[in-house]
Write a protein that binds this ligand. Structure first.
Ligand SMILES: Nc1ncnc2c1ncn2[C@@H]1O[C@H](COP(=O)(O)OP(=O)(O)O)[C@@H](O)[C@H]1O
Ligand SMILES: [Mg+2]
Length: 321
């Protein structure tokens, strides 16, 4: 069965000013990403700030056009163009609902406008659709008459989720959607997403720099480093037996998550080098405790074992021993 979303060798570049000579250079924010996401999958996308997670999300949404590669949605090529129907089917929730929700508009009017715009329910059913939505995200009906600025951070994020669901999408992309919330509000929103996924059969792409929240929700984890996917595996496997030195370092950095059989390798040191300075070869090599000369020579090909793939030459070595 073909995947609902297929990303093929995607590349996204942004012109940026070169710090040295002031000229314009191209920064590869996403560089050679291949990813299939199946219907009703819940995929976590993790990696340090600047590795390209939001850029990838924006490509999924059709907000950023890649310079190379393809995006297929339900078999249709939506790389350069998507019609309103296709747009509706993928919705996004952002980190900061305060900036994505107009603070002065009542929740009712925001949701009603979307439902009416897409002609999703007959006029007589509008009120019950609104109530259904607000109920679905675990908020009391009176929130319909509130303005976002009168709500707590957790409530606002629920409203943002209700807004995304108002147009009956199949895919929900959550970009750092719980990162601004305190731990208890985070846990509640994560539970809500898990419930919604089950009830609605939603496909979830859950982006976070925080591996802990990804672990709580996702069945599959995709790790990015400087625009590339370095490891992609079922969540349990990734957390118990990470293969890429970068994944190991990320896990070692969080005491609660470090695999029980602690994998050798230091915690992550240094800042990621800029995507500008290192094209070709493994992007992680300058910080990698296991790097060898060959790592500079080529992009490491994926070593694939069932649903687990890892872009690291040293994994290949271990596998052949
Ligand atoms: N519109 C833009 N113009 C120039 N550079 C950008 C733009 N958006 C993102 N970038 C750069 O692309 C890289 C990836 O950014 P982003 O996708 O936001 O990463 P993440 O979400 O993982 O933190 C970063 O180096 C960032 O500075
Ligand atoms: Mg981001």
């Amino acid at each position: 069965m073909t995947a609902l979303l297929q990303l093929r060798d995607l590349r996204v570049e942004f012109p940026v000013r070169d710090a040295v000579d002031g000229g314009s250079v191209l920064l590869r924010a996403v560089d050679g990403v291949d990813l299939d996401i199946g219907k009703a999958d819940c995929v976590g996308l993790v990696g340090e700030s600047g590795c390209g997670k939001s850029t990838l999300a924006n490509v999924l949404m059709g907000l950023v056009e890649p310079v190379a590669g393809q995006v297929l949605f339900d078999g249709a090529d939506v790389t350069k163009h998507r019609d309103p129907g296709e747009r509706r089917r993928i919705q996004m929730v952002f980190q900061d609902p305060a900036s994505s929700l107009n603070p002065r508009r009542r929740v009712r009017s925001v949701l009603a406008e979307l439902i009416q715009h897409h002609d999703l329910v007959p006029a007589a059913g509008l009120e019950s659709a609104l109530r259904g939505l607000i109920d679905m995200v675990g908020l009391p009906y009176r929130v319909l008459d509130a303005r976002p600025r009168e709500l707590s951070g957790g409530q606002r994020q629920r409203v943002a989720i209700a807004r995304a669901l108002a147009v009956q999408p199949e895919v929900l992309v959550a970009d750092e959607a719980v990162s601004a919330l305190d731990v208890s509000a985070q846990a509640k929103v994560i539970n809500l997403l898990a419930d919604l996924r089950r009830e609605l059969g939603l496909t979830l792409v859950f982006i976070s720099h925080d591996l802990g929240v990804v672990r709580a929700l996702c069945d599959r984890v995709v790790v990015m480093y400087l625009g590339r996917i370095v490891e992609d595996a079922p969540a349990e496997e990734l957390f118990e037996a990470p293969q890429h030195p970068y994944t190991t370092a990320l896990l070692n950095a969080v005491p609660d998550l470090a695999p029980r059989r602690r994998v050798e390798g230091p915690a992550l040191e240094g800042e990621p080098v800029s995507a500008l300075s290192q094209i070709g070869g493994c992007r992680f090599r300058s910080r990698c405790p296991r790097a060898i000369a060959e790592c500079a020579e080529q992009d490491p090909p994926y070593v694939v074992s069932g649903p687990h793939r890892t872009a690291c030459l040293r994994v290949a070595e271990a596998a052949h021993r």
